[in-house]
Design a binder for this molecule. Structure first.
Ligand SMILES: Nc1ncnc2c1ncn2[C@@H]1O[C@H](COP(=O)(O)OP(=O)(O)OP(=O)(O)O)[C@@H](O)[C@H]1O
Ligand SMILES: [Mg+2]
Length: 305
């Protein structure tokens, strides 16, 4: 169990995270927030790579700072940007990292091969990485994070650069990995975590906004998401009155998906739809304009939108 107690982080005078209390047990946790929200900062804190400015992080009741090397032995970490030598092959790179982690040579070779097969790079394990696509490099990154069969696996935007087929494979890998360990990954791609994560963590203004099952988070917008067919002239009015969640052009106009304020009486022509996680994401992190409906707020323990 990884426990975050009253954690805050400042870079100089700039406060990035504030008053975070979180618990991570076995399973897959998706950290979902827009660019610059503090995802990488939080993951580095959880990986023990950055010290918090306030509060503390514990693994099985012991502060990370005290565990130090012992925590690194059970941790797998994929940084948002990771360094490698372009002339290395993935197999050589994995073996090099395994040596740094103190694995014996024979074990390092078999484990590296097994993991490269797992991320479908077995056939190119002897090719230089400079010939790889961004998605292939990312898969090497995922494989190296698994070298020590970590109890805690932290992945910073692991799906960046993966094509839809690779994303699907990654989602099933996540589910598999989350059965036996704590997996925490960041993303701003909602579909990466909507089905694969047991819980979603969302940050708002440096604070925890919500940590819950995806279905429970979607329910926050229940009864407030609609679709309607509109003409060009109607659309502008909708833009200012409601929060736009999607639009596509249709013959004779537009099909709009939007969220309304609680208590709004729908027009007959609107069709109510089930909110998805993407709707909640777009709603919570929309551009705030004067007159827009208020943002998600936390009232005691209760989260409301
Ligand atoms: N080393 C640093 N020194 C100063 N400010 C930093 C540092 N690292 C991050 N920041 C700032 O902290 C904030 C959060 O950054 P962070 O990288 O944690 O966000 P993120 O959610 O991971 O963003 P992205 O989606 O772009 O990866 C940003 O405003 C960023 O400019
Ligand atoms: Mg980041």
């Amino acid at each position: 169990m990884l426990t975050v107690h009253g954690v805050g982080k400042r870079y100089g005078n700039a406060r990035v995270l504030e008053g975070l209390d979180l618990e991570f047990g076995k399973g897959v946790y998706g950290l979902l927030a827009p660019n610059g929200a503090g995802k990488t900062t939080l993951l580095k804190l959880l990986a023990g790579l950055l010290p918090p400015t306030e509060g503390e992080i514990l693994y099985e009741g012991q502060p990370l700072a005290v565990l130090d090397e012992r925590y690194r032995l059970i941790l797998g970490y994929l940084p948002q940007r990771f360094g490698y030598y372009p002339n290395d092959t993935p197999l050589k790179y994995m073996q090099y990292l395994a040596a740094i982690k103190g694995m014996d040579r024979r074990k390092a070779l078999s484990r590296s091969e097994e993991l490269l097969d797992l991320v479908a790079l077995g056939e190119v394990k002897h090719k230089k990485m400079k010939t790889f696509s961004g998605g292939m490099i990312q898969r090497v990154g995922i494989a190296q994070a698994l070298l020590n069969d970590p109890r805690v696996l932290i992945l910073d935007e692991p799906t960046a650069g993966l094509d839809p087929k690779e994303r699907a494979r990654f989602r099933s890998l996540l589910t598999q990995l989350g059965r036996q360990r704590t997996v925490i990954l960041s993303t701003h791609v909602v579909s990466d975590v909507e089905s694969a994560a047991n819980e979603i963590v969302m940050l708002q203004g440096g604070k925890l906004w919500v940590k819950d099952h995806p279905e429970a988070i979607c329910k926050l917008l229940a009864g407030r998401v609609y679709e309607a067919q509109l003409t060009d002239t109607e659309i502008e009015d909708f833009r200012t009155r409601y929060v736009l969640l999607g639009e596509r052009s249709e013959p004779g106009g537009w099909k709009l998906r939007f969220a309304v304020e609680d208590g709004t009486v729908p027009a007959d022509s609107w069709q109510g739809v089930e909110p998805g996680l993407e709707d909640v994401f777009l709603y919570v992190y929309r551009d705030r304009q004067p007159g827009n409906v208020p943002s998600g707020t936390i009232w005691g323990d209760e989260v409301r939108l």
